[in-house]
Design a protein around this ligand. Sequence first.
Ligand code: TRP
Length: 326
Amino acid sequence: MTRIFSGIRPSGKLHLGNYLGAIKNWIELQDKNPELCVFMIADYHGITTPFEPKKYGEQILDTACEFLAAGLNPKKILLIRQSQIHQHIELAWIFNTITPISWLDRLPTYKEQLEKTKSNNVGLLDYPVLMAADILIYKANLVPVGEDQLPHIDLTNEILKKINSTFGQTFEPVKAHLAPGARIMSLQDPAKKMSKTEDEGIALTDSPDQIREKIKKAVTDSGREIKFDEKNKPAISNLLTIYSLLSNKQISDFEKEYEGKSYVEFKNGLTETVVSFLKPFQKKYNQFKNNIGEVEKVLEDSEEKARNEAQKTLNEVKQKIGVLSR
Ligand code: TRP
């Protein structure tokens, strides 16, 4: 039986990389009738790095609007805010007690964030333990994530093995599910993942003019051929990937279509595709933004169900460690 779980930190501005690398994949999975499917706004993970408390609440709701506008269907899934399900944190505490620090301080994501933020808080180090709890509190076994999160899924499996061997069989192994064509790169530097930084990425809520401008400014490669070649033409390959994933046409179709044509013509075609792809998304997004009460209701209904589900696992673990009598 498949139980799916995934999450994203709330930035309030998802970009095409998030959509093509994660959310599109989630939407496909929700339609495969899993036993349980939980998607989470990781608002407690979001506070391990600098954030603005005054804007944070709105950012969290914006992310929910974006998820719903992108096609997550609350009839099929639970859409939750991490901070509203206290059981995640309780399970994370228990996991903390069996996790050696050496499993955490060698993780590339930790080292990167430490370097970037210069803020060595315990939450940053503990980030992946909370992820393990997010996943295992629902006994999820399939986790759609991007490549950068794979070390965290490995760690989740290490933690659950240790829980099983210390306190008795409780959790089954967890599998990562990588999105096909998952890695969408920056428009300014195809060696870097697409990020939210200005001009690096296209936000799902960008206006047609902003999109046109960003694609115009996107770096290209030397030569003039429109050809997929990640090694020699990383920038054009990235643009071709985006083009193909948004139009559901093959990359080779575009290579043929643009044979003998210029980068400018290629970029114009891509711009049109991105703009028309995002139009229905943005229409729905604005509808949700204008009916925020409805969005909050979706979250609250999901969260109530999630708390029930989570409590079952927490009770089982608490009994196993002896803090709750049967
Ligand atoms: N760390 C993930 C990210 O940055 C978000 C996340 C939190 C997550 N908990 C999770 C992803 C559990 C998968 C499973 O995108």
